[in-house]
Design a protein. Structure first.
Length: 135
């Protein structure tokens, strides 16, 4: 699968100080960039994510026992997977979430990893889930 991301660059000079600061409860600089992406010319859209802040970077970093945490979820969760995702294999991810009773996985056919953020099928699945989701 091809991607339109040329490169990703981690900004380690921000990571270490922010990790230590967060360990002692200092979070005021969590908006600083942590990961930047270079996108091929002509592919960038207003919805494209070109960088993650430290806060965003830590949010996508699962805990050591992420699988165990999923089984203890107090609220329901929707995971929308795409067959066209160039970063993840939807079938494998769906099987990973299979043991989590409060997680609903749906797979859609077309969008790429970045395209999921603004794909009509993804919006439709999210809207349907929100209408029927249990608290």
């Amino acid at each position: 699968r091809k991607t339109h991301v040329i490169s990703a660059r981690a900004l380690w000079h921000n990571a270490l100080p922010l990790t230590f600061a967060n360990a002692v409860g200092i979070t005021q600089w969590n908006h600083l960039p942590m990961l930047e992406f270079e996108i091929l010319p002509g592919f960038q859209t207003p919805m494209e994510v070109t960088r993650y802040s430290f806060r965003g970077w830590t949010a996508i970093s699962p805990t050591r026992r992420f699988d165990r945490a999923l089984t203890k979820l107090q609220k329901s969760m929707l995971v929308v997977l795409s067959e066209g995702d160039e970063l993840f294999v939807a079938k494998k991810l769906q099987s990973f979430f299979a043991n989590a009773p409060r997680v609903k996985c749906v797979r859609i056919a077309e969008p790429t990893h970045s395209g999921m953020a603004f794909h009509p099928q993804a919006f439709e699945q999210i809207a349907q889930w929100l209408v029927g989701a249990q608290p």
